[in-house]
Design a protein around this ligand. Structure first.
Ligand code: WT7
Length: 645
């Protein structure tokens, strides 16, 4: 397709209409918002129409489109085939070793039906949970959609998570089935997967079957009766399956994310509202034309971005997407640009950390490829610094295409704050304004909205269709985490700091809680700390996120070693600790630096003062130490660190 000018003409298409109507924060009434979402829901196929758009009577537990019934997979697949688009490509899949597969909507329908029939043959029934740990292969999408088709809430676990992390997620959700693969490609090497998931399922009694996709032809341990090959079970199933409609509030999936404690939260999303908002936002934010665009979201399906903007939103909109298995460096650093050129990608959606990595590699790299198909760029996962924004636009976007910086969370399910293309002049580094139908505010400690030029906490002051419906199995934690902070106003507390500029546009400032953002991944300080103290050498640990030019934040751990553990080489001990964290949580949680210290700075009530440790980690003079129980501790820490890397 031809590149689109920026700003594009406001004429034609619903996105431009939506852009014209985009309100400033607080301008829309609640009734307007409900009417707006009702219109968006009408874009989907409902077997039974809803009787009420929103039931907020049991707040903070929302019910959207009450009484409505639909099948999510039918909306994402079958209806496009029935409308004559069976031959349209749903996915251009590109495997890491260079193998490819083209999947049309008709192919997708057949594969999803077969997979659904296979799951039925295992005795799974609506409401049962299915855990999925798979690399970025088409079967991952087939599995998710088959679950959606049967009303089986899925719990996708990122392929880089450890057996221990997988086990706790399986247990928490009580999953009956695990879908995994023999191995996965990681930077050119085939690494075992099934061997790891076996470690996880050994202590997960709820698992009755393990369905295994052959991907790398890796030798696998096998449990007769429990384990089944995908090609044996799925490929032999009938191609037809009649979808059944489920209640709009039927659980669609659970996705675990880090909070401020050591225990991940199972974020629960349901069907009708989630699909309505993911489809709407995908269409409007990316100004998507399903007949001409080739869209590529580079996330992994193990994260919410993969759920909402690789699977559900794009498929509901009949998008042609690229699905890419590998890392950006395999087999070479130009891989992403090569893929853009090969498929004529017109919408490219990625994370600031990757953009900054591209910057490090240099602009000569994208210059070698024909990127003229690009008409729109997206950013997600962390604040994008203006320098990265400009580089992205210049060297990937040919200095001519719009960039949408999209703010949202696992909990919000879909994009909440983003500039609509063509609606307002771009501001590098600002997510700008809530989308139509969304209401967000920046407030002070008391929940009062702050003025222009002021900063505070980001809150969502009105319910939205794709909002989480709770934390799996933990109603109290849901109320406590999101709704207690501004309970008197009924605001959802996002955990982010934000600022209004002089025009009233929103700038995100990063987390205000003990959650780190490393390469756009959410990791809790408490989770890494508890992994560290589970090692026999560690007496105490404190973890902070220190700002990092590429990854946004980097994990820095301060540890006090047990007597005896210091006998060996300090470098050996810290290397062992890094490996230990990788084993406990996953490689993404490995601290970049581990500093051995004699003491930790604590208040008189025993609370660790992470602010001071962050000062040390970022090579600053430690700030105000007056609330420390022992003010000399900071001297002890810094003295001990002098001369160390
Ligand atoms: C946290 C949510 C949204 C999908 C990927 C991450 C940060 C996300 C932005 C953005 C500034 C952002 C926030 C948020 N974040 N997008 N465009 N600008 N910050 O989902 O793992 O649930 O993390 O990511 O801090 O709270 P997540």
């Amino acid at each position: 397709m031809s590149p689109r000018p920026d700003p594009r003409p406001a004429a034609g298409g619903p996105p431009a209409e939506a852009a014209k109507a985009a309100p400033r924060p607080g301008e829309r009434t609640a009734a307007d918002r409900l009417a707006f979402w009702s219109r968006q829901a009408e874009e989907l196929h409902w077997e039974t129409r809803w009787s009420e758009v929103l039931d907020w009577s049991a707040a903070p537990f929302a019910r959207w489109f009450t009484g409505g019934r639909l099948n999510v997979a039918y909306n994402c697949v079958d209806r496009h085939v029935e409308a004559g688009h069976g031959d349209q490509v749903a996915f251009h899949w590109e495997g890491e070793p260079g193998d490819t597969r083209t999947i049309t909507y008709a192919d997708l329908r057949r594969e999803v039906c077969r997979t659904a029939n296979a799951l039925l043959s295992l005795g799974l029934r609506a409401g049962d949970r299915v855990a999925i740990q798979l690399p970025m292969i088409p079967e991952a999408v087939f599995a998710m959609l088959a679950c959606a088709r049967l009303g089986l809430p899925h719990s996708v676990v990122f392929g880089g998570f450890s057996p221990a992390a997988l086990q706790s997620r399986i247990e928490d959700a009580g999953a009956r089935l695990l879908i995994t693969s023999d191995g996965q490609y990681r930077r050119g090497r085939a690494e075992p997967m099934k061997a790891n998931t076996d470690e996880a399922t050994r202590h997960a009694p709820s698992i009755e079957h393990v369905l295994v996709v052959r991907r790398t032809a890796t030798e696998v341990p096998w449990t007769e009766g429990r384990d089944l090959w995908w090609h044996d079970l799925v490929d032999t199933q009938p191609d037809e399956h009649r979808p059944e409609a489920f209640d709009a509030e039927h659980p669609l999936f659970i996705l675990y994310t880090s909070g401020t404690t050591g225990r991940p939260k199972g974020i629960l999303h349901t069907s009708g509202g989630y699909l309505t908002q993911t489809a709407y936002t995908h269409r409007a934010v990316f100004d998507l034309d399903p007949d001409t665009d080739v869209y590529w979201c580079t996330a992994d399906i193990g994260w919410i971005t993969g759920h909402s903007y690789i699977v559900y939103g794009p498929l509901a909109n009949r998008t042609t997407s690229v699905l890419y298995e590998g890392t950006p460096t395999t087999p070479h650093e130009g891989r992403h640009f090569e893929v853009i050129e090969k498929y004529g990608v017109s919408v490219y959606y990625t994370a600031p950390t990757l953009i900054r990595t591209f910057m490090k590699w240099g602009e000569q790299l994208p210059a070698r490829y024909d990127l003229s198909s690009i008409g729109m760029l997206g950013s997600v996962g962390e604040p994008i610094n203006p320098e990265a924004w400009r580089w992205y636009r210049k060297h990937i976007g040919g200095d001519r295409v719009p960039i949408v910086d999209t703010w949202w969370q696992t909990e919000t399910g879909a994009v909440m704050i983003a500039p609509l293309p063509g609606a307002a002049p771009a501001k590098p580094g600002s997510a700008q304004a809530p989308l139509p139908g969304v209401s967000a505010k920046v407030v002070d400690d008391q929940g009062r909205e702050v003025g222009r030029g002021e900063s505070g906490y980001l809150v969502l002051d009105q319910p939205w269709p794709a909002m989480l419906r709770g934390i799996w199995g933990d109603e109290d934690r849901y109320r406590e985490t999101y709704w207690a902070r501004f309970a008197h106003r009924g605001h959802y507390f996002a955990g982010d700091g934000a600022r209004y500029d002089e025009d009233g546009d929103i700038w995100l400032l990063g987390r205000v809680d003990d959650v780190m953002n490393v390469s756009g991944h959410r990791i809790s300080t408490a989770e890494v700390e508890s992994a560290l103290v589970s090692h026999p050498s560690v007496a105490e640990a404190a973890v902070v996120g220190a700002s990092d030019p590429t990854t946004g934040q980097a994990i820095v751990a301060f540890v006090i070693l047990r007597a005896g553990a210091t006998d060996g080489d300090a470098a050996e001990v810290t290397a062992a600790l890094r490996e230990h964290v990788a084993r406990e949580i996953g490689p993404i949680a490995k601290p970049g630096r581990i500093l051995v210290v004699p003491e930790l700075p604590k208040t008189r009530s025993g609370k660790i003062m992470r602010r001071l440790l962050r000062d040390v980690a970022e090579n600053r003079e430690a700030g105000d130490v007056t609330t420390l129980a022992d003010a000399s501790v900071m001297d002890l820490i810094t003295a001990g660190l002098t001369g160390r890397p």
